[in-house]
Ligand binder design. Structure first.
Ligand code: ASP
Length: 437
């Protein structure tokens, strides 16, 4: 039995939802369907979730109706085509009233998935089951995974097929709570784990994971098999195929994730499993991903290496300021902390003065304009020459490496380069590992 999640582009309009319906009908095993809100129909279009966030911002304005209009139009169009008998007008009316009375950003955003699931369940004539009753968060907004799994299991026990909205669940007081953006992937993984699916199929608009960003490298090689860990590394570092947190519920249950393309269903896609060592791909590198927008905070102090507790003092400052860090390379008398620029916004002056106070450093400086590139591959474990290959490739194109970090799992090597070298650096590494004879 399979659990399928269909993403925003698959649900964007009636024509793409017809493809979704064909895919579901083609295989009897596709029992539980989790959906996203309709995404963009073309590059200039607006995702329904974004339109809903705009609606929330317009609750107190006179133009709420014009903010809600594109949502009404889209669902009326889709439903008119796919499920003409469904009373979408009154469902939209309830949603509109709900948004105005709840006045909650999460509630408003969740209505895209709610309406999407309503339309698909009407078109398929399969029961709609509301995720608000099944996916539970604690009062701090942390997912209660075990409780949610138990609720889903018992609720779906006697419902052989169902359509469920992704992206949201509820808090102990019943209010709606959403995951972070792209969170329907997590909802699908939770449902797959709860019902003990054989496979969690995640239907997107791409042919699975690619070995590099196609906007940077021309026609990068698709990845057939990926381990959960490699997928985490690639997603975290910018490969936007699957939400990086979607693997936790399925990994625990040993359920493979199969990434498929709604618009090219016969393409093999990418299968994500726990162990890919014996899958036969001899390439040392599985993929390359990267992100722009990092800064390095360099802290220098004489005799730092012998000062016990120095690292703790630095990290306590980051903790107190509520700032997450990515990497912490160190020298004998220097310690650097790599942070995303967005986490520093508005916080940098306070962070720096706390660091001066806590560490008594000789010098602290901040360098921005850093990009990180992760070269990921299970095959690099205990093989020689991977790091050498990366640095040779970068040096060959005259790219300066500003930071190096290799995780102890030997699953990836991360380098920091100047943002103006970002694309050039990815191409250099790709060409070295994938295009050399
Ligand atoms: N619709 C939500 C978003 O745009 C969730 C999802 O698509 O998974 O982020």
């Amino acid at each position: 039995m399979r659990v399928c999640k269909f993403g925003g582009t698959s649900m964007a309009d009636a024509a793409s939802i017809k493809r979704v319906i064909n895919i579901i009908r083609r295989d009897e095993g596709r029992k539980y369907i989790v959906v996203s809100a309709p995404g963009k129909r073309d590059k200039s279009d607006v995702k329904i979730t974004d339109a809903l966030y705009a609606c929330h911002d317009a609750i107190d304005d006179n133009d709420f109706d014009s903010a809600f209009a594109p949502i009404e139009e889209r669902f009326e169009q889709i439903c008119g085509d796919l499920a003409p008998k469904a009373d979408i007008a009154s469902v939209l009316d309830d949603v509109r009233r709900g948004i105005l009375s709840e006045r909650s950003r999460d509630f408003t955003a969740s209505r895209g998935e709610y309406l999407s699931a309503y339309v698909l369940s009407s078109a398929l004539q399969v029961p709609f089951v509301d995720s608000a009753e099944l996916i539970k968060f604690d009062s701090d907004g942390a997912l209660l995974l075990d409780e949610s799994l138990a609720l889903i299991k018992s609720r779906l026990k006697d419902i052989p097929r169902a359509v469920l909205p992704g992206f949201y669940g509820s808090l102990p007081d019943g209010r709606i709570k959403t995951f972070s953006r792209g969170g329907s992937d997590i909802s699908g993984a939770i449902v797959a784990s709860a019902v003990g699916a054989d496979v969690y199929e995640n239907w997107t608009d791409v042919n699975g994971f690619l070995s590099a960003d196609p906007r940077v490298v021309k026609s990068p090689r698709p990845i057939d098999w990926l381990s959960y860990n490699e997928m985490r590394e690639l997603s975290y570092m910018g490969a936007e195929v699957l939400h990086p947190e979607a693997i936790f519920p399925v990994r625990r249950a040993g359920i493979p994730i199969h990434i498929k393309n709604t618009f090219d269903p016969s393409a093999p896609g990418t299968v994500i499993v726990s162990n890919v060592r014996h899958m036969g791909d001899a390439n040392v590198i599985t993929g390359i991903a990267g992100k722009k927008g990092f800064s390095i905070i360099n802290i220098e102090k004489e005799m730092m290496n012998s000062e016990i507790g120095f690292g703790r003092k630095v990290l306590s400052v980051f903790e107190d300021e509520g700032i997450c860090f990515e990497h912490m390379p160190s020298g004998i008398d220097t310690l650097s902390v790599v942070v995303r620029d967005e986490y520093l916004e508005g916080k940098l002056p306070a962070l720096l003065s706390s660091l001066w106070r806590a560490t008594n450093a000789d010098a602290i400086d901040v360098q921005s304009g850093l990009s990180l590139i992760a070269t990921v591959g299970h095959n690099m474990t205990s093989r020689q020459g991977t790091a050498a290959g990366i640095f040779k490739a970068l040096a060959g194109r005259h790219i300066n490496v500003r930071m190096i970090d290799q995780g102890s799992s030997e699953l990836n090597v991360i380098v920091g380069v100047d943002t103006f070298d970002y694309e050039k650096a990815i191409r250099a590494i790709y060409d070295h590992f994938f295009c050399a004879d």
